[in-house]
Each structure stands twice: as C-alpha cells, then as structure tokens.
Write a protein that binds this ligand. Structure first.
Ligand code: GAL
Ligand code: ZN
Length: 682
C-alpha cells in the first residue's frame, strides 16, 4: 500500500488518489468475452483507473443454491488489475436469483397493501428475513475470503441503493419488538407518547400494533414517525449484517454503500454510522431550467455527503451523458459533463464514477448513458468527455484526500422532514422543506462560501454560523445542542416553526420555540398565517421592502430586537426577523418565508459581521458562477465553476495562484461558459 499523507483524509485510504471509473457488468457479456479485452483497452484510453463490479451478479455467482462459481469475477478482477486498475467490489444483495425467491418466498417484500411481490425488479427484499440475511452473509463471507485481500480491490460496495420497506409479518413483528424496547414494554407509555386517547385509538398491547399503511392506522403521528425510524434502523441493521463477515475477512478495506438524491425513506445520518465512506449517485436534470439552480441543488447533496463522515466522499455514480428514467432524457451539453464531474471534486469527492461503463444490449437500461455506447468505440463525444475528466483528475491528483473547512452549516433532518410531511396543518398542499433548506444553502453557494449540511445533533462548535430552516421537530437533544452552541458563542439562524414538536411529534406546551429556545431567541411565537399560493405580504429591512410568501408567523419580542418588520396584514408593524444576544453568541429568528431577497439581505449582513468571506473575497460572483475550496493544511485549492451556457466570467483571484491545469501563475481567471478552473495557493 502506498504511504498515506497524514494531513489528508482520503475517502479511500487504500488508494490515495482520485478514482475514475464506472459500474461494470462484464457478466452481461460473458458469451462474447473478447469484449472484455476491448473494455480493458478502452478503460485505459478513457483515463479510467477503476471498475465497480459484482453489483447485480448473484445469479452468476451462485447459479444454484450453495453452488458457487466465481470464475468470471476471478478473471475480470485479474484483467482490471493487469490493466493497472482498481476494483470496488460489490456485494450482490441488490437483486437475488430466481431460485431463491422460488424456494424461500419470505425474501420477497410484502407491499403496504399486504400483497406479496412476485419475483421481479431489484432493491426489493425483506430486510428482516433471516433466510435472506443468512444467504447474504454466506456469499459476502465467500467474497471477502476470496477477494478481501486482493491488491487491486480497494473498497467494498454494500448492495445497491438501499431503500423501501416491507410489511410482511416478520417485519411487523420486528417493528413491535422495536417499540417494546423503546417503551420498556410499557404500552401505557406508548399510548401517552402517541396521544392515542384521540379517537379512542388506545392500544391494549404491543401485539395490536401494525405498520401504518393505507389499510391500517395512519392518523397517529408518533406511530408514523416511529415506523420511519424503524425502517431506517432495520435497513441499517441489514447493512450491519452484510458488513460483519466482510470485516472479519477483509478488515483493512473501507466500506460504503451508494446513497441517493432527495432520498426519503431512511435516515442517512443513522446509516452513515456503520459505513467508512459516504458515497452517492448523482443524476441532476441538467438543462431543464436554470443550470445554476440545478448545480446549487446538486451542490447541497455533495455538501451533505461530505458532511456525513466529515471527510471526502465518493461520487459513486453519475451519467456521462443522459439517463433513461426521467420524463425527458436529454444528453448533457458539451462541457457540462466535465464541469459537473469536477463539481463533485470541488465539494470534496475523491472520485468521479459513472453508471455505466458499457451500455447493455437489452432490458430496461439499454438506452442509459454509458462511457462506451453500442458502437463500442472511443469515437464518441461522450467517451472523449470522460477521457478529458480523467486527464483533469490526473493533473490534480495532489488534491485527493484534501478536506473542506466550512465555517457555516445548514441543518437538515430526515426526522424533521417526515414529521413535517405528516403534519396536518399549515399548507397541506406541501410543506416545501427541501426547497427551503436549499434556499438557505443557495445564499452560501452564490457567495462562493463552503457550507456543511449537518444533522441537528451534530457537533456545531466549529461553525461560526448555523442555519436551521423549518426545524419543526426539535427533540430534547436538539434543544440542548442549539442552546449550547449559541451560549458558547455561535450564531444560530432559526425560522418559523422552529421547536414546535418534540421527538414523539407531540406539541410543546408553554409556547414555542420549545422550552429554553425561547430564552435563546428572546421571542415567543403566537400564531402563524398561512398565505394562499398567490398571496404576498411584505417586510422591511432598513427601509428596503422584501416579498413574503407562504408563511408569516406572529412573534412577540421578549428581549430580542427587530431586524425586519411586517409591512402589511394584521401583524403590520410587528417583528418579522429578530436578533437576540445570548451567552457569548446570538440567535436570529426569521418568522416568515421570503421569496429570496429578505434572507439574502439578512444573511449577507451577518456574514459581514462574522467576517465570513467567500472563496473569492470581495468579488460579487455573476449568476451561475461559484467558488469552492479544499485544503491539505498547507495549500488552498480553489475551484471556480461557471454554469452559464452562454456567459463567460472574468474573476479576480485572492492573489497570485498556480493554475493546476495550465501551469501558469496568475491572479485573474477567465471562465468560458460551462467551464471551470482549479488553482493552488502559493
Ligand atoms: C442508479 C442505480 C444504477 C442504475 C442507475 C441508472 O440509481 O444504482 O444501478 O440503475 O441508477 O441511472
Ligand atoms: Zn419483511
């Protein structure tokens, strides 16, 4: 193994360089093996150094129960190794062989309607089934024994895109056990936490509990929330079960599983705890509207995945051209593929990887983008674009493993999202949680400021500014964390709905925000006005008028001072944004939702006061241009990105810097449309 630089935190310490590769399914070409050799040649030509194999290979690896055949994997791993490449080896549990479903129907999922699935599709096994767990452990053990110390294998990829849930009796029983444990076998405690006196829905015993579904109870919010928590825990427990034999026989290889964009069903903050590396699959819908907007939302998820393990992550999948599953599947325009690949690196990725290496001939993904198309050559625009990205990664290899030192963070919480969605009140047409978290992150992105995305339980002490949008569910641990953060000198920016319900989704009594947060913010909230979609209100900050949408909360100052005032409605003249000094820090409360300019004005002022500058200090970045940085403790690596399809940008660097791609030293940057530049500080 190569020496590891201690000032860096490589996503994959077993390979302290950028990984550039793809999901590879050589088993689909087992009858035309000459293609494997073509692939090796093309891999080299594409400047790729990695292949992710085995993801959906179970039927080839275990064609009959307990009859294993690893020959294709043996051969392909050797070929990749001989080609100078590395392998990320997947466990095959994302899809199972037919024989298993036939012999052991318990591995198949039962839907919320109680109907058991037939053998079909993928990502649809029961997470509880002891047989599935046993089968998975068995094959994982064999894989770990066989390849876990192979010099070309650098990491484990557990299954694929975990998601969904199962409603079979085994899962229902596991849910009941989960609740028995949580409530110490006391059904009275559960009834109190779930407020079940409402509609006479009191439970007499844990045996009566059923997972919420269209044919069962869905009106008990605490139950709904606990079901989501259970599904998260059961998924994580399944991953833990997959990992156990791998750790035993392959202890030095890092482990990941590929996560997703706007994933709803499981709490990734919890799932990340059992993984060594965070990795994700990014498929933005480029060119559908403003690419700057799409880039910023993508950036949010890059930031979240970097923050999950507080170290570089892996971009496990992306398409080099188009996908095949959106309503309209458009190839990326020239330049955008390389730009969006480097975007991941700018945000802390130690890899650019694709789905898929080679387009299959049949089945549902035959038109999905790939490095190698059906023509089978290097002579395509897409192949050349991948090759360019590979060349860039080779040139900037010293950046692999460098870290991001963000001074600001945005809080995002899966539990809060579930509780908000469940909540009947405010605007039932949609709570728009994601949109609003994005809206705050956007202010930092537009100013070229590195930003972490963290859970409400994260250690906040290293941040100068933390924004907690719509943190409706604020459990006791969060209340203590936020209070402690401000008390110790942090600047906390909360919004309407903060601290409304506790960890059981029960409303806080005695006024909101919850408990001591009233002292922290120096306010108390009384009621909230939900605006109709076309309705607008306004607030004023230092003589400037800003448009408000969706929500205006009525708050009373109790020690805080007003930074903004409502201009209309029955709350005209009342406080719309408050500020309060508490302990060594301060707490800002934005009581209303604005359409952009209010938060921008208040946050920009705060950034100035806190002396938080963008990576291009002093520069106002043109629309669609952003700046991000990574560091090894000695050098700063500056990434400038331009997402405009038509407008070039001229930018002044914070001093003379080395352009890592051209080799020149300069303090000026010219960015063509859909392009980027990478610099190293002197
Ligand atoms: C991912 C999945 C891949 C492939 C890809 C297509 O979500 O992990 O196996 O289906 O989508 O975009
Ligand atoms: Zn099940």
């Amino acid at each position: 193994m190569e020496a590891i630089c201690m000032t860096k935190k490589h996503a994959c310490p077993t390979y302290p360089h950028f990984l550039h590769g793809a999901d590879y399914n050589p088993e689909q070409w087992i009858d035309t093996k000459e293609i494997w050799d073509v692939d090796m040649d093309l891999m080299h030509k594409a400047n790729c150094n990695e292949m992710t194999v085995g993801i959906f290979s179970w039927a080839k690896l275990e064609p009959k129960e307990d009859q294993y055949d690893f020959s294709f994997l043996d051969e392909i791993i050797e070929k990749v190794a001989a080609n100078g490449g590395k392998v990320i080896l997947a466990t095959p549990s994302g899809a199972r062989p037919h024989w298993m479903a036939d012999k052991y129907p318990e591995v198949l999922r039962v839907g919320p309607d109680g109907v058991k699935e037939h053998f079909r599709a993928r990502h649809n096994h029961c997470f509880t089934s002891p047989i599935y767990r046993e089968k998975v452990q068995k094959i994982n053990r064999l894989l770990a024994q066989r390849y876990g110390n192979h010099p070309a294998v650098v990491a484990w990829h557990i299954s694929n895109e975990f998601g969904g849930e199962c409603y079979c009796e085994k899962c229902q029983n596991a849910f009941r056990d989960y609740l028995r444990k949580k409530f110490h076998n006391d059904i009275g405690a559960l009834n109190r936490a779930y407020w079940t006196t409402f509609w006479s829905h009191t439970y007499d015993s844990f045996d009566q509990i059923e997972a919420p579904s269209p044919i069962t109870e869905t009106g008990i919010h605490g139950l709904n929330l606990d079901w989501r928590r259970f599904v998260s825990q059961q998924t994580t427990d399944f991953i833990r079960c997959e990992i156990a034999p791998i750790r035993e026989f392959s202890p030095h290889l890092p482990i990941t599983t590929n996560m997703m964009f706007e994933h709803y069903g499981a709490d990734y903050h919890q799932m990340a705890e059992v993984l060594d590396i965070a990795s994700w699959d990014s498929y933005p819908e480029w060119h559908n509207g403003d690419d700057a907007d799409i880039a910023q939302k993508t950036a949010f998820w890059h930031d979240l995945y970097r923050s999950l393990k507080q170290r570089p992550f892996l971009l496990m999948e992306s398409t080099p051209s188009l996908v095949n599953w959106k309503p309209y599947n458009k190839p990326k325009r020239p330049g955008l593929d390389v730009l969006s690949s480097i975007q991941a690196v700018a945000h802390g990725s130690d890899s650019v990887q694709y789905f898929q290496w080679r387009k299959g001939r049949g089945s549902s993904e035959k038109f999905h983008g790939a490095v190698v198309g059906h023509d089978g050559t290097e002579n395509t625009r897409v192949f050349q674009s991948v090759k360019t990205t590979g060349a860039v990664l080779q040139k900037i290899d010293e950046i692999a493993g460098t870290v991001t030192n963000a001074r600001v963070a945005v809080i995002f919480s899966w539990e809060n999202m579930w509780a908000l969605d469940d909540c009947q009140g405010y605007a039932n047409a949609g709570k728009k949680y994601w949109e609003n978290v994005y809206a705050y992150h956007r202010v930092f992105w537009e100013n070229g400021i590195d930003c972490d995305v963290v859970s409400p339980h994260a250690d906040l002490s290293k941040y100068n500014l933390v924004v907690a949008p719509m943190l409706y569910l604020t459990d006791a641990e969060t209340v203590a964390n936020l209070k402690g953060y401000v008390f110790q000198g942090g600047c906390l920016y909360g919004t309407y709905m903060l601290g409304t319900v506790d960890g059981n989704d029960l409303c806080y009594l005695g006024g909101i925000p919850a408990g001591e947060l009233k002292e922290v913010f120096g306010i108390v909230a009384e009621e909230i006005d939900t605006l109709y979609p076309t309705e607008r209100q306004h607030a004023e900050v230092k003589g400037q008028c800003h448009e408000l949408v969706d929500y205006c909360e009525v708050i009373h100052l109790n020690g805080a001072n007003a930074l903004a005032t409502y201009l209309d409605g029955y709350y005209k003249g009342m406080c719309a944004v408050s500020e309060h000094h508490y302990g060594k820090g301060r707490a800002i409360y934005q009581a209303c939702r604005d359409s952009g300019s209010l938060k921008d004005t208040v946050l920009r002022q705060l950034l100035q006061e806190l002396d938080i500058q963008g990576n291009l200090a002093g520069e106002t970045l043109p629309h669609g241009v952003t700046a991000h940085s990574r560091t090894d403790g000695e050098h700063t690596y500056l990434f400038l990105e331009n997402y405009s399809a038509t407008e070039p940008a001229e930018l002044v660097l914070p001093g003379q810097m080395d352009n890592l791609l051209t080799g020149e030293t300069t303090d000026l940057c010219h960015l063509a449309p859909y392009s980027f530049a990478i610099y190293r500080s002197k």
